[in-house]
Write a protein that binds this ligand. Sequence first.
Ligand SMILES: Nc1ccn([C@@H]2O[C@H](COP(=O)(O)OP(=O)(O)OP(=O)(O)O)[C@@H](O)[C@H]2O)c(=O)n1
Ligand SMILES: C[C@](O)(CO)[C@H](O)COP(=O)(O)O
Length: 400
Amino acid sequence: MSRPDLPLIAVIVLGAGNGTRLGRAEPKAFVHLAGRPTLAHALENVFGMRESPQIIVTVPQSFVPLAIELARAVPGNTGDCVTVVVGGATRQQSVAAALLKLAPSIKIVLVHDAARPLTPSMVFDSIAAEVERTQAAVVPGLPVADTIKRIDEFGLVVETVDRSVLTAVQTPQGFPRDELVRAHALAKYEFTDDSALVAAAGYAVSVIAGDSLAFKITTAWELRRAEQLFSGSAAAGIRVGTGTDAHAYDDATPLWLGGLFWPGVAGLHGHSDGDVVCHAICDAMLSAVRLGDLGSVFGTAEPRLAGARGEVFLRETLALVKDAGFVVGNVSVQLVGNRPKFAPRRLESESLLSHILNATVSISATTTDSLGFTGRGEGMAAIATVLLHARTAADPAITV
Ligand SMILES: Nc1ccn([C@@H]2O[C@H](COP(=O)(O)OP(=O)(O)OP(=O)(O)O)[C@@H](O)[C@H]2O)c(=O)n1
Ligand SMILES: C[C@](O)(CO)[C@H](O)COP(=O)(O)O
């Protein structure tokens, strides 16, 4: 395991192509699939790798700002590990541009097409592990299913090719850093993949089992197939998250709870307003999109958040969820504590929070039979569960 600040693996995600064969106005990496750009899906799979890599993304020049913003919002992105560079006129030139950004610590480089957005994280892990084991180039490949014919310029069959010796090669393709860099420096021709370039430089390349989900979106047909794979699974685009918060009672503070002000009732101690219901919901939403938690996203160092209302956190968290490509399905919260009695204002709180999140929020309340800090009347806690689903074209735009 490498130190996160000194990664051993780099993944180059190529998204600088025009997608001519797909025939859309925007480059293929920015065409939406299940509500999000294909590049976002590809990055999410890279973020799912066992070991955090350096990530270098290539995009057309005018898409650099959008790509930076998009990468920041992808679930699982926990730091500054993504560099976005302007790609070249060909795939090979885009890889060459990305190689210039490799961190000194990198030993293994994986080159991946953003156009393969369903490639499971496990494929990246397997390729990286095999490169490390063999200290040589490794690519994923699948057996060829069709009978393959060699034809002449008139379309006449010249021969039937023995398909048992063929494999259809996918990405990510993995290389020892030095081999890939040297092969690019020596390149005299344009190749359609990096393994051909590395082989032309005299290095061995081996193939391990690829994954049928790693297919490349080239034409409208593959885009449709990818859409169907997303919508065909019951769990597709669905996320759940759990969040908990607890605060001690503080007689000197007014109470804000469930987004409501409770005049004349002792409040809860906290850096912000201590609203355990809102804070637990925010943690649950952040967890569902793998964006960390309230502390890591907002922190206690931000002066503008001192005493901030739960509503402020809810709205800002909702914006992050939306940027990550999700909308809230529903939220369920359980409030734990002896006082105040929540039932008389439950509907008021539920309708306020439902309005803010544009989704159903239900809140139940309980005591703990005199057990624990809540039972002893020292403070309150809340536990929230949130269900999110990927935004689709049918979802109304959310204003936050
Ligand atoms: N100058 C280029 C060309 C391609 N690519 C990337 O290489 C991958 C595989 O290429 P391909 O499927 O051919 O994509 P496009 O070149 O965009 O497609 P087309 O050939 O239909 O224009 C894609 O993720 C594409 O974005 C790139 O980064 N830079
Ligand atoms: C790299 C690649 O995806 C491996 O199959 C493929 O060679 C890209 O080819 P394209 O002509 O750029 O689509």
